[in-house]
Design a protein around this ligand. Structure first.
Ligand SMILES: Cc1ncc(COP(=O)(O)O)c(C=O)c1O
Length: 160
């Protein structure tokens, strides 16, 4: 992403003390990403609020690499809520569907939740591990869009 000229910031994820998810840190970082390097856009005189930051957030669908730690369903709900509030755009990375729980459907929970909630999103899928196609470079980019929105068009051109 950096090579493509995008500004990349990290959010907290692993709590090294508990070896579990640093959920509060993750949520806090999703809320203040702009403070980490993206200045807010001009204030809207109507609302007095800063315009939403609209960052693209890379999320692992399941079996997070390299930690192996995934949010619980309740935590995914909260992540989605904050992403909505902040108008972030989800970019899901799925490389181990089936490996976290042993069930392909259960492992798709996160990305399906965002789809149910009406998000537009990108979901990248690698079939290297779960379909035994390592070295074949087989995968897919799935684009979920709801309307021909300007938001998605601008993110698409940024990622292109
Ligand atoms: C989370 C994640 N996404 C993507 C990939 C890359 O997948 P591919 O080998 O199909 O390029 C990996 C590979 O280890 C991965 O762990």
């Amino acid at each position: 992403m950096q090579a493509a000229g995008l500004g990349v910031k990290e959010y907290r994820y692993l709590d090294t003390k508990t070896l579990g998810l640093d959920f509060n840190g993750l949520i806090e970082d999703l809320k203040v990403l702009w403070r980490l390097g993206r200045p807010p856009v001009a204030r809207s005189p109507a609302s007095g609020q800063n315009a939403p930051p609209r960052s693209v957030i890379l999320l692992h669908v399941c079996a997070h690499n390299p930690t192996g730690v995934d949010p619980s369903p309740e935590q995914w709900h909260k992540i989605a809520e904050v992403m909505r509030e902040q108008n972030h755009f989800p970019l899901f990375d799925s490389a181990y569907q089936g490996y976290a729980s042993g069930d392909l459907d259960r492992d798709a929970y996160s990305v399906r939740l965002f789809v149910e909630k009406g998000f537009e999103l990108f979901a990248t899928q690698s079939y290297a591990k779960n379909l035994g196609l390592y070295g074949e470079r087989i995968g897919a980019l799935n684009v979920r869009r709801t309307t021909f929105s300007r938001a998605l068009s601008s993110h698409t051109s940024t990622l292109r």
